[in-house]
Design a protein around this ligand. Structure first.
Ligand code: NAP
Length: 256
């Protein structure tokens, strides 16, 4: 039980990686507050965690809504007295190159993937600064290396990567005992990847999929639990000396 007595808030927990994180951290004894814009989906995840003996609560949250962040963090503090871990996981992946991305798609991507990570981090610092905590921001390998068809996504995830370091240094300088780290998943089979492929013309999607597998040194996509285990480590006290770092979980994709 590596997360006993820890209150954890995970965004985008109704699907994919966030769902896997919610299940894994609850397995280790955390009380998981699982939020998602899709309330029915996150209610389903929470019901299944509770049915298997875990502690979890579902919350409806659009991570781009600043007032909702304040209200949700206040509600967690009122109910449980403390917040120990925030995982900024919710994200979207719209495809488009630097030439054909619309301004609307660009701005929507930055709002969900980057602005919301800032809002969540700021609220979590407010909640954690008297007793410390761990903030885990989900970036991507695409916050480290470029991909021609995901211009807006690349920019947002690169922003998460370097914003995380800024927040980590601030919290260290203030002596808050709050660690802030980023996680960089490679290609993991979740609805996000399936939808991104579905959003491309069939031929382009087939070529993109083949290129993904060819480009992964271990020649396989990862599974959500591979990322959940990395988040568990950063959320737990086992990583107490880590802050401002990047945990890359990508089957070797960025090693060359
Ligand atoms: P996913 O299966 O699409 O799950 C993302 C969840 O976030 C969905 O439930 C989604 O709801 C929710 N969401 C979207 N917009 C939101 C908003 N404004 N407020 C609150 N929730 C919102 O995606 P995933 O693959 O698990 O990705 C999770 C995170 O990992 C993302 O930040 C992603 O960029 C990152 N990542 C994923 C991969 C990968 O290979 N899967 C690789 C690198 C990084 P809806 O379904 O209703 O939109």
């Amino acid at each position: 039980m590596r997360m006993t007595n820890k209150v954890v808030l995970i965004t985008g927990a109704g699907s994919g990686l966030g769902e896997a994180m919610a299940r894994r951290l609850a397995q280790e004894g955390a009380l998981v507050v699982a939020s998602d814009i899709d309330f029915a989906a996150v209610q389903g995840v929470v019901a299944s965690i509770v049915a298997s003996g875990g502690h979890a609560e579902a919350e409806h949250q659009d991570v781009t809504d600043e007032a909702r962040w304040t209200a949700l963090v206040d509600a967690v503090l009122a109910r449980h007295g403390h917040l120990d871990v925030l995982v900024n996981n919710a994200g979207i992946a719209l495809t488009g190159s630097a030439e054909d991305t619309t301004l609307a798609d660009w701005q929507r991507t930055q709002r969900v993937n980057l602005d919301a990570v800032f809002l969540g981090t700021r609220e979590a610092i407010r909640a954690m600064k008297t007793r410390g905590g761990s903030i885990v921001n989900i970036s991507s390998i695409e916050g480290i290396v470029g991909e021609p068809l995901t211009a807006a996504y690349n920019a947002s995830k690169g922003g998460v990567r370097i914003f995380t370091k800024s927040a980590a240094l601030h919290c260290a300088a203030e002596g808050y005992g709050i660690r802030v780290n980023s996680v960089h998943p490679g290609f993991i089979l979740t609805p996000m990847v399936e939808n991104a492929l579905a959003g491309m013309p069939a031929e382009q999607a087939a070529a993109f999929h083949a290129r993904i597998i060819d480009s992964i040194p271990v020649r396989a996509m990862g599974e959500p639990r591979d990322i959940a285990n990395g988040v568990l480590f950063l959320a737990s006290d086992e990583s107490r000396y880590m802050t401002g770092t990047e945990l890359v979980i990508d089957g070797g994709y960025t090693a060359r």
